[in-house]
Design a protein around this ligand. Structure first.
Ligand SMILES: Nc1ncnc2c1ncn2[C@@H]1O[C@H](COP(=O)(O)OP(=O)(O)OP(=O)(O)O)[C@@H](O)[C@H]1O
Ligand SMILES: [Mg+2]
Length: 154
């Protein structure tokens, strides 16, 4: 891509490093943002989502929304409304509308696993795209911020 969007390649040697990335994202997150988490099965998408949601103040379990598809978290238990979605089971991006995603999003930040199954969010100026890939040690995160993320990359 030559659109000038900042791109970072962050080595994540172990699960603790994945948690630390989630905390850095949480510290920079605003309403209306999208954190698009892509990468294969078991690459750590839910791990990052859990770290973000915990860092925003949520105590207790963060279920993987692979069956519910959408799980929301609202203040006061979190400092920012969050919509955590796992689009893996969608067969067609048109189903996103039927889910009522726009109503859930409103002022929330959206954390999206399998974003490509929902048509992708990379053209949203508030999208932080994170692709997780295997590395010799642990994982590598390829992080790309759209316009609204300039100056606040994690
Ligand atoms: N940096 C890392 N290095 C090694 N293992 C890691 C790292 N980060 C997370 N893990 C481990 O990888 C697994 C990731 O599972 P997780 O459920 O987060 O994946 P996922 O991408 O959400 O998978 P799915 O597509 O099935 O939803 C967990 O067992 C976690 O402990
Ligand atoms: Mg997952």
């Amino acid at each position: 891509m030559t659109d000038g969007a900042p791109v970072l390649r962050l080595p994540l040697r172990d699960e603790a490093a994945t948690h630390a990335l989630g905390r850095r994202i949480a510290a920079r997150l605003r309403g209306g943002d999208v954190v698009a988490l892509s990468g294969g099965l078991g690459m750590g998408k839910t791990t990052i989502a859990r770290a973000i949601i915990a860092a925003l103040g949520h105590e207790g379990e963060v279920p993987s929304p692979s069956f519910a598809i959408i799980q929301t978290y609202d203040p006061p238990s979190v400092s920012l409304p969050i919509c955590h979605a796992d689009f893996y089971r969608l067969d067609d991006p048109a189903e996103v509308e039927e889910l009522g995603l726009d109503d859930y999003r409103r002022d929330a930040a959206l954390i999206a696993e399998w974003p490509e199954h929902a048509g992708g969010f990379e053209f949203d100026p508030a999208c932080l795209s994170i692709r997780l890939e295997p590395a010799d040690e642990g994982r590598i995160a390829i992080v790309k911020g759209a316009k609204d993320w300039q100056g606040r990359m994690p």
